[in-house]
Design a protein around this ligand. Structure first.
Ligand code: NDP
Length: 234
């Protein structure tokens, strides 16, 4: 059955791969974008997840065009890496505001319509770094670990209404985000990833579409790694 899907940050990178995977299986897909045009063939809404009025307006536009959001993929995220001693409070709260509070704003806005429909899927894109930690990533790791608490609390609050909330924790995926890493860091990471390579965004997308499918209807509050074995045991 075709569903209405929203992928935040679905205009590029992992989010775009996720949006395209849902569209390919026949779902009605909306993506957020902050500037430029929406990707070809997808319904784009301008939205900055740090602004709840912008989130509300985006949901209203999607509801008018495609119907209420049944599958929310909270994917929008940023990094602002620096060592703890040098990290300003603004750098810490800025990353939290996008990655964690942004996901909260979208989940909250989506929840009322999911409750009414007695069906919903929320998928939060976290990171292996959330549980593994990362040098220079106190802000990012905190935001990504926080998503686990968000998904598990939503599971307890809304689980009896046929609403699931899960976390996907990618390892290193080839996108603009990881292209920013210095080559020596990329080489170091490749050495410790059992799979010996970074992944393609499509390898995350397949897990996300599966989590939204009826086959995964009894999975909630789970943290699914897609990391080539990097985070094993964490
Ligand atoms: P990119 O940097 O390629 O894309 C980030 C996306 O997030 C863009 O679409 C961007 O929109 C959007 N975004 C950022 N801030 C906001 C905001 N305030 N409001 C709305 N949208 C926003 O990242 P990736 O595709 O690599 O990452 C996607 C997600 O996956 C992130 O949450 C990231 O933390 C996570 N992740 C990535 C990994 C990787 O190896 N690449 C590994 C683990 C997790 P815009 O184009 O408007 O800037």
């Amino acid at each position: 059955m075709a569903r209405t899907v929203l992928v935040t940050g679905g205009n590029r990178g992992i989010g775009l791969a996720i949006a395209r995977a849902f569209a390919e299986q026949g779902d009605r897909v909306a993506v957020t974008h902050r500037s430029g045009d929406a990707p070809e063939g997808l319904f784009g809404v301008r939205c900055d997840v740090t602004d709840s009025a912008s989130v509300d307006a985006a949901f209203a536009a999607i509801e008018a065009e495609l119907g209420p959001v049944e599958v929310l993929v909270a994917n929008a995220g940023i990094t602002d890496d620096t060592l703890l001693m040098r990290m300003s409070e603004e750098q810490f709260t800025g990353v939290l505001d996008t990655n964690l509070t942004g996901a909260f704003r979208c989940a909250k806005r989506a929840s009322s319509k999911m409750l009414r429909a007695k069906w919903g899927r929320m998928i939060f894109i976290s990171s292996v770094i959330g549980l593994y930690g990362g040098v220079g990533q106190v802000n990012y790791a905190a935001s990504k670990a926080g998503l686990v608490g968000v998904a598990r609390s939503i599971t307890r609050e809304l689980g009896s209404r046929n609403i699931t909330a899960n976390v996907v924790a990618p390892g290193f995926i080839d996108t603009e985000m990881t292209a920013k890493l210095p080559e020596e860091r990329r080489t170091e990471y490749r050495k410790v990833i059992p799979a010996g390579r970074f992944a393609a965004p499509d390898e995350v997308a397949g897990v996300v579409t599966w989590l939204a499918s009826d086959a995964a209807g009894y999975i909630s509050g789970a943290v699914i790694p897609v990391d080539g074995g990097l985070g094993m045991g964490h």
